[in-house]
Design a protein around this ligand. Sequence first.
Ligand code: DX5
Ligand code: ZN
Length: 219
Amino acid sequence: MHIHPSLLSADFGNIESELASIASADAAHLDVMDNHFVPNLTFGVPVVQRMIELSPIPTDIHLMIENVDTEAIKYAELDPHSVTFHFEASKDPVSTCRKLRAMGVRAAIAIKPNTPVSSLSGLLEEIDMLLVMTVEPGFGGQQLIAETMPKVAEARALISSSKFEIALQVDGGVTSENISELAALGADTFVAGSSVFGSSDHAQRILELRKSATTGLNQ
Ligand code: DX5
Ligand code: ZN
């Protein structure tokens, strides 16, 4: 069970201490938005570079941007743990995944709520992680869209039917209340933004999320 707090809900005036506060998590999730692929703008390469330097744990970069086949490489050059790009934004996902992996970075593909899981069936050998978005990408603090839940089970079934070891990540509206259900459906990697950074004790919330996820796994 991997917990990846999203820095989107962190205090950007104190980013170093915010990163230090999630040291017990598995990775820091960094949301890059370009105001084109999604209607919101966050940060780009120089800020991501500094956050990677400051992070006490591995970094998981989630690109919600256009022109991702060229842009993803710039983020891979920063040597993060993984780079996730959107299936909807890529013209050549196979080649982008191969370039990322050749650079020693784990390659991941995300799908928006209306994109079917089957879109990725021919790409499993190219990826290390599959991200099922459980909200429309763009903003933190949204409620999980219930209709995306069956997609988590579908993605798990797709992964299990292959011979590849692929992490299954969910992102958007993940809370201590719904994480066990998501784990029971087959997710193993959980992004949580407002749940972690909206709590008064980040380490405690990470622990709670991990415990609830493990409960779901054993159901
Ligand atoms: C949304 C981002 C998420 C966001 C999640 O488009 O990809 O990573 O930070 O935030 P919460 O956990 O608050 O839904
Ligand atoms: Zn994200």
